[in-house]
Design a protein around this ligand. Structure first.
Ligand code: SAM
Length: 286
């Protein structure tokens, strides 16, 4: 459909289908015609590439992805959007909409079945209520994808892309960096959406690493990371003791054996220091 990102066209098609926005599903649809082409380009949609999208809305981004890539598969939870998408995306033969919850679908199997022979990227304007769970699901499953380009709330983007050692860093930033190299691409103002949300947005790209950035047992690594960030104002040994079920003395020994200063806070630790703590924990030395 021509001019799919035009606000008048979107309002018209949604009204004809009797569609009402669901806040609970994070339905803020893009109505700024410049955003989706930029996202598709910078997200790597190109010949020889298959794109996995999450949340089609009326299909504005889906269409831009399909113009550039060989194939687009979009997981959309809201079945009320299916008749809308049949109309708006009618001209494309390389789009498949899967009506499912992205948190429940077996993404590895989906990718294997739908994208044989293609390099795969993820590109999506994420529903903001589950940004981190979706990102963690995409990364932790070690899906065969080259990159993950997503639009998220501006504040979430700052947390996700924060470097270890910086004030904004949290468990999600460490997890993202364990699996990928994050990069901020561009900002999108709240006025670019229908309905307009209360916050601005940022498009980020996570370039997925072939191997995690530090060599460490993932289960032990993430246990340490979760424990270290469990209580913001407490010192590291206190957090580790509480989060790992250790005595204070054992937590102090854990820091000493890993050569991590006891007075450090989680946000000051490097990836290597988290890995050192995980290694000591894993070998049962405390
Ligand atoms: N891509 C469209 C755009 O940019 O205008 C829509 C983006 S809107 C922010 C998020 C979309 O994700 C909505 O279409 C919503 O129905 C869908 N969605 C919400 N939760 C979902 C879930 N758990 N699984 C799959 N899709 C979901």
């Amino acid at each position: 459909m021509e001019q799919l990102s035009n606000i008048g066209v979107i309002r018209d098609v949604l009204t004809r289908h009797g569609f009402s926005f669901s806040k609970a599903l994070g339905q803020n649809f893009l109505v700024n015609p410049t955003v989706c082409p930029r996202m598709a380009e910078q997200g790597g949609a190109a010949p020889g590439v298959g794109v996995l999208e999450i949340g089609a809305g009326v299909g504005v981004l889906t269409a831009e992805l399909a113009k550039r890539a060989d194939k687009v598969v979009c997981v959309e939870i809201d079945k009320r959007l299916l008749p809308v998408l049949s109309e708006t995306l009618a001209e494309f033969e390389n789009i498949e909409i899967v009506n499912a919850d992205v948190m429940e679908v077996d993404l590895k199997t989906l990718i294997q079945e739908k994208f044989q022979g293609l390099e795969v990227v993820v590109c999506a304007n994420l529903p903001y209520y589950i940004t981190s769970p979706i990102l963690m699901r995409l990364l932790e499953q070690r899906l065969p994808v080259r990159s993950i380009t997503v639009m998220v709330q501006k504040e979430a983007a700052q947390r996700i892309c924060a470097s270890p050692g910086s004030r904004e860093v949290g468990a999600v930033s460490i997890a993202v960096r364990y699996y990928s190299q994050p990069k901020v691409l561009f900002q999108v103002s709240r006025g670019s959406f229908l309905p307009a949300p209360d916050v601005d947005s940022t498009v980020i790209r996570l370039d997925v690493l072939e191997h995690p950035c530090v060599q460490s047992d993932p289960a032990a690594f993430f246990k340490v990371v979760r424990a270290a960030f469990s209580m913001r104002r407490k010192t590291l040994p206190n957090c580790l003791a509480g989060g790992l079920g250790l005595s204070k003395q054992q937590a102090v020994e854990l820091c000493q054996k890993a050569q991590v200063p006891q007075n450090a806070r989680a946000e000051q630790l490097s990836m290597e220091q988290f890995a050192a703590l995980a290694d000591v924990l894993k070998t049962g030395e405390v």
